[in-house]
Design a binder for this molecule. Structure first.
Ligand code: DX5
Ligand code: ZN
Length: 227
């Protein structure tokens, strides 16, 4: 189980310190949300900020591109220190060449699916990706409410992975707190992106520990073992 705090919910006036705080919290990854004001109606930060933060954390950098033209950003983010780059399946025929470009840059490949988009749109790419990101809110803003209708998509992603003996991670992003993380874990998710619910706690470390305990207890694999 991977816990990935989202830097979007951190204090932007001290991002380096916040990245250090995430490193010391026991979290596994740092999730970085890149918004272009076009694919989503908001702007966040670019490669220069990722590069500036990189020396302050040894964690795996999970870079989520909510951008209409990710092709111009892949190399800058790779150079800035991304370990994985996630692009959106809604980009249609751009997706296949984007996947190859990320692979050629030597980075892990993620594919994200928005709530209104059918999970079947991701099906042709399942054997080429390292992570499938099921968006559990409409992207663009932190602090939104989890959309429960996305749970069957997680179940479908898990069924495909099992049936086809694939190894991609199943990540969830948006409105993830201890309760919704447990629901996602039971549906088959193994990677949990959370902003508001983790940074909203006084102790990030305690919040990460609690979320890890919660999702480990809700793992469907463990439920099988108990039978
Ligand atoms: C949403 C972003 C998320 C966001 C999650 O557009 O992709 O990663 O940071 O924030 P919370 O956990 O506050 O919903
Ligand atoms: Zn994200």
């Amino acid at each position: 189980m991977i816990i990935a705090p989202s830097l979007l919910a951190a204090d932007f006036s001290r991002l380096a310190k916040e990245a250090q705080r995430v490193s010391k919290s026991g979290a596994d990854w740092l999730h970085l949300d890149i918004m272009d004001g076009h694919f989503v109606p908001n702007l966040s930060f670019g490669p220069a900020v990722v590069k500036a933060v990189r020396p302050f954390s040894k964690l795996f950098f999970d870079v989520h591109l909510m951008c209409s033209r990710p092709e111009i950003l892949l190399e800058p983010f790779a150079k800035a220190g991304a370990d994985e780059i996630i692009v959106h399946v809604e980009l249609g025929e751009q997706v296949e060449p984007l996947i190859w470009k990320i692979k050629n840059l030597g980075k892990k490949i993620g594919l994200a699916v928005n709530p209104p988009t059918a999970i079947t749109e991701a099906e042709p790419f399942l054997d080429k990706i390292d992570l499938l990101l099921v968006m559990t809110v409409n992207p663009g803003f932190g602090g939104q409410e989890f959309i429960h209708e996305t749970l069957p998509k997680i179940q479908q992603a898990e069924a495909w992975r099992r049936e086809r003996k694939l190894h991609y991670r199943i990540s969830v992003d948006g409105g993830i707190n201890n309760q919704t993380a447990a629901e996602c874990a039971r549906a088959g998710a193994d990677t949990f992106v959370a902003g508001t619910s983790l940074f909203g706690q006084r102790s990030l470390k305690a919040a990460v520990t609690k979320m890890r305990k919660t999702v480990n207890g809700a793992d469907p694999g463990l439920a099988d073992l108990a039978i």
